[in-house]
Design a protein. Structure first.
Lengths: 250, 250
């Protein structure tokens, strides 16, 4: 039997509001469409649905930009209030040029605009990344255990750009229940040489695998990865953060 | 019906040698395991199988390092002959530090070691990237059309590292038969605002989706992505190359 797995979008989730129970909503929607969550599934959640449920929304009308935010906004040709929010969500600026602001978020992720996003929320509102996406993923995992008696892996995923390549890809910013890296360290090729490309970012690969069935218009903010063996682990997404000391691009 | 697709590894491909017909081998192996290639499939091929079939192999014993390669090799603590090969495959050095050599290949891809790889080839041999991975992908597509009467999309994929994140992911270095980018430009969210994350690197996402079923030990150098609608296109992988003028990290 060849190795194979399936990626299934979860339809019918509807609009999520602050305080909503994402696990309840996803468990019910998956069951309604005939693909109830089951042990061994990896559930990929869009950052947006998690942020909304956690109330990680800000109204730009309530934001007073600092002098620095106003200066940057002028240079970048952007809304000073939005720049203020991005700076508050960041702990370091990686690049600021040509209208683009790439920062390191408080979590350590390097991305454009600190993950602050204006689409799929009400006008004047912006959505911030979850405060602790690993905690969000763990809470979802625990609730699915309670609601559906299923032991699932969970990814909170967001679309990030990459240097050198066009187009965004979905990557993992929160992980629960499985090992985000898959290591071939110590294994050898048929010629007996140690493998070179030895550690794969499985959680990022599964985030990317889920994206094509997840509607960008927020209509399908969750997907199920089914049939792929993963290694149980409690390490969370931090394993995907490169140690700055080993990073040539900071 | 929820959107869903499947990823299927192709087993039983065996060792590929220079001059072998990769399309013949993959078409036959897919049929033998009961998943014959069909119209609408996207076939993901490992760079290594394509490079081997195309004879893109070099024996380090035949390589005489230049003075520059020897100097770099000393700084990096690596084999001067390997550095010589990497430099020959590159058109620009992006970073050289801490034992790592990141270059821009002749194709324009930015990656470690210009994609030159020592695993899964005989000792002293190295595998280079295909000369023109888009041409390799097109040739595979044309042969599948002839052998299996199936109209497939094709990706030649390699595992690349990324700045800021641990672990490698599979990405596309060659594409045929479908559009590697999926654009939401012009679409609006339910609040009527233009979407922000508007262009997704579908070919990279599908490369990543395929990796978990493709054996790193080269035993499964091909995978089938089945059931996902893709847009026919002849543009190839160049659409995934970021214009250096718009790149903040060169």
């Amino acid at each position: 039997m060849p190795p194979r797995y399936e990626v299934i979008g979860v339809e019918g989730i509807g609009e999520v509001r602050p305080g909503d129970d994402v696990a309840r909503v996803v468990v019910d929607a998956a069951a309604r469409q005939g693909t109830p969550l089951a042990t061994g599934d990896v559930v990929v959640l869009s950052q947006k649905i998690v942020s909304k449920a956690e109330g990680r929304l800000l109204n730009l009308a309530d934001v007073t930009p600092s002098t620095m935010a106003t200066t940057f906004a002028t240079e970048l040709g952007r809304d000073p209030r939005l720049i203020e929010v991005i700076l508050r969500e960041s702990r370091r600026i990686v690049r600021m040029d040509r209208g683009v602001l790439v920062t390191e978020t408080r979590h350590g992720w390097v991305c454009a605009n600190a993950g602050v996003d204006q689409s799929n929320v009400d006008a004047e509102m912006v959505a911030l990344l979850p405060e602790d996406p690993d905690r969000s993923a763990r809470a979802f995992r625990d609730s699915v255990r309670a609601y559906a008696r299923a032991e699932v892996g969970v990814i909170v995923a967001d679309t990030f750009g990459r240097p050198w390549r066009e187009g965004l890809v979905n990557i993992a910013i929160g992980v629960a229940g499985f090992a985000p890296l898959r290591s071939y360290l110590g294994e050898r090729d048929p010629a007996g040489r140690p493998l070179q490309a030895t550690i794969l970012a499985l959680a990022d690969e599964l985030s990317s695998a889920a994206e094509p069935v997840m509607g960008k218009l927020d209509r399908i903010p969750a997907a199920i990865v089914r049939g792929l063996p993963v290694a149980p682990s409690e390490e969370g997404s931090k394993a995907l953060l490169r140690d700055p000391a080993r990073d040539l691009f900071r």
